[in-house]
Write a protein that binds this ligand. Structure first.
Ligand SMILES: CC(C)(COP(=O)(O)OP(=O)(O)OC[C@H]1O[C@@H](n2cnc3c(N)ncnc32)[C@H](O)[C@@H]1OP(=O)(O)O)[C@@H](O)C(=O)NCCC(=O)NCCS
Length: 186
């Protein structure tokens, strides 16, 4: 059985490494397919997440260091993007989208992408990462309802789906999130 858990290795026919690294231009086509295929069967998908990635890359919200790929044996199997958003006049992060190829899901890759992104974001000095997502998934990686930190969503959404992770010490910030226009929301 493959397992990309904490060790970052798979235990089938020897050891194959999973690498998390910054996305490069040569990866764009594979990332597009990874995002498209990951969301093809997802309940909340609008079928356009791969195009959102392209729009965000061209925007001022884009942070190259926080567009990461998961790679094994030279193949990209997952991708995560954190981009700039605003809360109370400060720059914080939006986690979106996160995608793992269907045949590689539930092996810990999504979690590794989130945790790697958080480590980089912490070093860059960001305080909050905001996500609109599944309330049974993101809390595994430190996300809690954003309202508890003073952070409000600019549109109606179930409170438990709009979440924030604190990247520095315990923190609070009163304000409504302003998403980059590329999200076409808020
Ligand atoms: C969501 C997604 C990125 C998770 O990636 P992954 O590599 O499968 O996640 P992990 O293996 O790190 O999952 C860790 C845990 O979350 C659980 N999990 C995985 N996907 C889940 C989902 N969609 N909903 C709830 N729990 C989920 C796993 O069972 C595992 O639980 P465990 O630790 O108790 O065993 C992946 O399923 C995906 O690409 N889905 C389609 C696109 C999507 O929905 N993206 C997120 C938008 S909010």
């Amino acid at each position: 059985m493959r397992n990309f858990g904490k060790s970052g290795k798979i235990a089938v026919e020897g050891e194959k490494r999973l690498t998390i690294r910054q996305e490069e231009e040569k990866d764009y086509a594979q990332v597009y397919e990874t995002v498209r295929r990951a969301f093809a069967g997802a309940e909340e998908s609008d079928g356009n997440e791969q195009n959102l990635v392209c729009r965000l890359r061209k925007s001022t919200a884009f942070i190259p260091e926080l567009s990461l790929v998961a790679e094994t044996e030279g193949k990209i199997v997952g991708h995560i993007m954190f981009t700039r958003l605003k809360i109370a006049g400060t720059e914080q992060l939006a986690l979106a989208p996160l995608a793992v190829l269907p045949e590689y899901q539930k092996q810990g890759i999504g979690g590794k992408l989130i945790e790697s992104g958080h480590q980089i974001a912490k070093k860059m000095g960001f305080r909050f990462s905001v996500v609109l997502g599944h309330p049974s998934y993101y809390p595994k990686f430190g996300y809690r309802p954003a309202a508890g930190f003073g952070i409000k969503c600019p549109f109606d959404v179930p409170e438990e789906c709009f979440m924030t992770a604190t990247l520095q010490k315990a923190d609070r910030l009163e304000g409504t999130v302003v998403y980059p226009p590329e999200f076409n929301i808020g």
